[in-house]
Design a protein around this ligand. Structure first.
Ligand code: ADP
Ligand code: ADP
Length: 226
């Protein structure tokens, strides 16, 4: 089963800029997959299209065999997204953010409450559960974004540059956490411009540059060639 299948995907922005040109990519269920490329390569655009935040120009995207053009809502329900930028209501309390998110997915309060508590504990945010998110440190905000993305138990977790600007200690603890949930069955795709991160975490990798996939292979073969 493929978690994600992208075929001949192109995106031209309103100003005429071609951010993606005919990219194709498959990610198997259970994989830990890196989309590596320099700034401006098209990583966020790809993630945006897959999560239905950006409209594509042409091509097809399937998430667990659901075509975005046929049922974007179902496809979206399979995905948890950790965006690059913090986008919380800063006045909302940490735990409440998770409960609100669960509500978007129609999760009953009796399920949302224990799920939020579980994630807060796993991600070291339990002590901060009543704190407004604007009072959190940068590292805690990142962990909160991961918790929020996982509330509805998505089969596919997508992280856009998850450790950009994160100190080494938090980076390592995030890596440990991501490895664990991947082992437990969640397919993970992350974007990074940082080979060390891909190398440490990922089994398969695609390299994107100027809107084109220039390499798509398993991590071991890539490292053997470098
Ligand atoms: P679409 O083609 O998806 O409708 P638009 O071209 O209308 O997208 O742009 C969407 C938003 O992105 C606009 O608010 C625009 O200001 C912003 N934007 C424009 N250029 C860039 C850029 N180079 N990088 C990031 N955002 C941009
Ligand atoms: P990455 O995530 O790899 O840094 P992006 O997907 O954000 O790359 O951007 C790819 C290219 O598309 C960049 O050159 C960026 O400036 C451009 N771009 C992104 N958003 C828009 C937009 N809304 N309108 C026009 N150009 C954009």
């Amino acid at each position: 089963m493929k978690a994600l299948s992208i075929n001949n995907l192109s995106k031209t922005y309103g100003n005429g800029f071609k951010a993606l040109e005919q990219i194709s990519l498959d990610v198997e269920q259970g994989d830990f997959f890196a989309l590596l490329g320099p700034n401006g390569a098209g990583k966020s655009t790809t993630i945006g299209v897959v999560t239905s935040l950006i409209t594509k120009t042409s091509g097809t995207v399937n998430v667990f065999d659901t075509d975005l053009d046929e049922n974007a809502e179902l496809a979206k329900s399979y995905i948890g997204l950790v965006p690059q930028e913090f986008n919380f209501n800063g006045f909302e309390q940490v735990k409440h953010i998770l409960i609100t998110q669960a509500g978007y997915y129609g999760m009953p309060a009796s399920d949302a409450e224990p799920r939020a508590n579980e994630l807060l504990k796993q991600l070291g945010l339990w002590e901060k559960r009543h704190t407004p998110s604007r009072a959190l440190s940068g590292g805690m905000k990142r962990r909160l974004m991961i918790a929020r993305a996982l509330v509805h138990k998505p089969k596919l977790l997508i992280l856009d540059e998850p450790t950009a600007g994160v100190d080494i200690e938090l980076r390592r603890s995030m890596w440990t956490f991501l490895r664990r949930i991947n082992k437990e069955g969640t397919t993970i795709i992350l974007t990074t411009h940082y080979l060390e991160e891909a190398e440490n975490l990922c089994r398969n990798i695609a390299i994107i540059d100027k809107g084109e996939i220039v390499e798509n292979t398993d991590m071991k073969s890539l490292l053997n060639r470098l």
